[in-house]
Design a protein around this ligand. Structure first.
Ligand SMILES: Cc1cc2nc3c(=O)[nH]c(=O)nc-3n(C[C@H](O)[C@H](O)[C@H](O)COP(=O)(O)OP(=O)(O)OC[C@H]3O[C@@H](n4cnc5c(N)ncnc54)[C@H](O)[C@@H]3O)c2cc1C
Length: 358
């Protein structure tokens, strides 16, 4: 969606050639989601090929534990309409079990989710591009969607109870990113909480903020974080302990409180990234089969944030080094001083390194 927004908005061409190659009509949701859907189809095809090549048996359905070695699988249409599902059609017994059921958006009760009010999954069900959107939560997901919608010309408000964008980032990078987002049309409402969220008959949504400010918009995205996708798993039947927000507690080998059951990926909580999820699952399986290669999770972890402009970061920030009194050196490279940066039309970009020497 981000790439589509950049293409449809002609942002890159404007920066580079001073010419406007933007879409000559209002973008539709079909335009916006076409590429996303095409990539998703090809990605799923690739995953199926990999599973097939590995000789894995794949069961399409929703799984739940019956006991610590047995899971029952109910076909998707058996569970589709939320009715109490009948008995599982398939029973699978495993000497070892890996849980990798991902995460699900946290849905605070004040939001009337449905058309006009979305979470970080249902936002993909948009039926038309909103002229204005309020995004609650300036975390990674909220910030990424804010940039994508703003680049497409949607008026974007971000509401957050804190006063800093992505506080895990280096202060200077966080400030530069916030400034770039404001130039792109994003309005920040810091130190604000949402007191109420109501929809009217005309498809407008009203947010009452803690300062008394009122925002009336076409759509709301509640990006209030994600929790472990464990609600349907009957973990108690396997005796597995559940942590905060439905995540599963594991040790450094991703072993749960039940020795032959492992868990990896978003279901165990942060960092909750594609790269780390894959690595965690490999570590878990190596441990489950007592394979020699019992690597542990890599440290430090590289992070990519797909805002516009995007951010890449690894290791400690300058403020973290300062806080613990470490001696360090800072180096900066600004794209505007680099001809390659100018050629690429990315003048506002910055590379910063804080090198600790003792
Ligand atoms: C908006 C958004 C943007 C993101 N951007 C990035 C990014 O830029 N870079 C990055 O690294 N990560 C990003 N992530 C995070 C990334 O998507 C996750 O870290 C990754 O998908 C986790 O992989 P997983 O295998 O743990 O879970 P998932 O990929 O969620 O897979 C879990 C699977 O389990 C299935 N499942 C769940 N419950 C059951 C059940 N009971 N029975 C059977 N099947 C079940 C689900 O249907 C799903 O197919 C983003 C996430 C979101 C929501």
């Amino acid at each position: 969606m981000r790439e589509t927004a950049l293409a449809l908005s002609g942002l890159r061409s404007r920066d580079l050639y001073g010419v406007d190659l933007s879409l000559r009509r209002e973008a539709t949701v079909e335009d916006f989601l076409h590429h996303e859907r095409a990539v998703k189809v090809s990605a799923n095809a690739m995953a199926s090929q990999l599973l097939e090549a590995s000789g894995s048996e794949v069961y399409a359905g929703s799984a739940a534990f019956l006991d610590e070695h047995t899971v029952g699988v109910k076909s998707l249409n058996a569970t589709a309409h939320g009715d109490p599902a009948p008995e599982p059609e398939v029973l699978l017994r495993g000497e070892r079990v890996l849980i990798a059921t991902g995460s699900t958006p946290i849905r605070p009760p004040i939001y009337p989710f449905g058309p006009g009010v979305y979470d970080s999954d249902t936002i993909l069900e948009l039926t038309r591009l909103p002229h204005s959107i309020a995004i609650v939560g300036a975390g990674v997901i909220g910030s990424e969607y804010a940039c994508t919608f703003a680049t497409l010309g949607t008026q974007v408000h971000i509401i957050d109870g804190r006063d800093t964008l992505l506080p895990f980032l280096d202060d200077e990078i966080s400030t530069a990113l916030a400034a770039a987002m404001e130039r792109c049309g994003v309005t920040f409402h810091w130190r604000e909480n949402v007191e109420s969220c109501t929809k009217d008959g005309a498809g407008r949504v009203t947010l009452e903020l803690s300062s008394g400010q009122r925002l009336v918009v076409d759509a709301v995205l509640a990006a209030a974080g994600r929790g472990g996708n464990t609600g349907a798993l009957c973990l108690s039947a396997a005796g597995i302990r559940v942590g905060a927000h439905g995540t599963i507690e594991v040790d450094e080998h991703y072993q749960t409180s039940v020795p032959h059951i492992f868990a990896a990926g978003d279901v165990v909580g942060p960092p909750a990234l594609v790269s780390t999820s894959m690595r965690q699952a490999r570590i878990a399986i190596a441990r489950a089969f007592n394979e020699a290669d019992q690597a542990t999770a890599p440290r430090p972890l590289p992070y990519g944030v797909y805002t516009i402009p995007e951010v890449g970061t690894i290791g400690e920030t300058e403020s973290a080094l300062k806080k613990r009194g470490a001696a360090y050196l800072v180096g900066r490279a600004r794209y505007e001083r680099n001809f390659r940066g100018r050629i690429g039309g990315r003048r506002e970009r910055l590379f910063k390194a804080a090198l600790r020497w003792r």
